[in-house]
Design a binder for this molecule. Structure first.
Ligand code: ZN
Length: 208
């Protein structure tokens, strides 16, 4: 069973959102082609879903500015602008994303005390989201990962997939993803490749 994981393709991470990833919206038509013509049996999407007082927000740390380093759940934490607050337009999926074809939505980041870059578990690895269990139940053997942002939620999701789904072949779809920082994107791709994650293009998948 082949599965596609679409990471955080939400208004908040697209131009006009509260934490825009440069050119983030450009992946939406690519994601839709993968959904429709990629030959996947299972399509899942993650959704960053924060309470308004989430601890990853700079606004919750007196004197802190967005993009400064702070601390959360005992770990260094980038302090973000408020983003993807539950029940706001910023947290909704991009309106052009073909959500009808999505079988399962995994929300994450709802615990104000810890961030959750990965779609699989919180950053302190204490709590699982349930996505690994869902994919196991679907008997998934191959998982392709793409979305926003390459250097944060996509990277952590792909690496956690590798750890938590040991017999599943994991690939990262480079052109169906965008990152925040070019240097961070480069090192994220190197880290994924070094762990054995395949780096592929949507074209390779669509031509298969
Ligand atoms: Zn977030």
């Amino acid at each position: 069973m082949k599965a596609l994981l679409l990471v955080d393709i939400q208004n908040g991470f697209c131009p006009g959102g509260n934490l825009p990833v440069p050119h983030g919206d450009e992946i939406v038509p690519i994601a839709n082609r993968l959904i429709e013509e990629g030959g996947y049996d299972v399509i899942v999407a993650s959704q960053d879903w924060h309470p308004a007082n989430h601890g990853s927000f700079a606004s919750q740390h007196p004197g802190a500015k967005p993009f400064e380093m702070g601390e959360l759940s005992g770990q260094p934490q980038v302090l973000w602008p408020d983003h993807c607050v539950q029940e706001t337009a910023d947290a909704e999926f991009h309106p052009d994303l073909n959500l009808d074809a999505v079988d399962y939505i995994q929300q994450k980041g709802d615990n104000p005390a810890v961030d959750s870059y990965s779609a699989f578990r919180d950053n302190d690895q204490a709590a699982l989201t349930g996505l690994a269990g869902y994919l196991r139940a679907q008997q998934v053997t191959e998982l392709d990962v793409c979305g926003l942002a390459t250097d944060y939620c996509v990277k952590f999701s792909a690496l956690d997939a590798l750890d938590m789904l040991p017999n599943v072949k994991i690939r990262f779809i480079e052109d169906a993803s965008r990152g925040i920082d070019p240097g961070g994107v480069k090192s994220a791709i190197e880290a994924m490749r070094a762990r054995g994650i395949g780096i592929v293009s949507s074209q390779e998948i669509l031509e298969d």
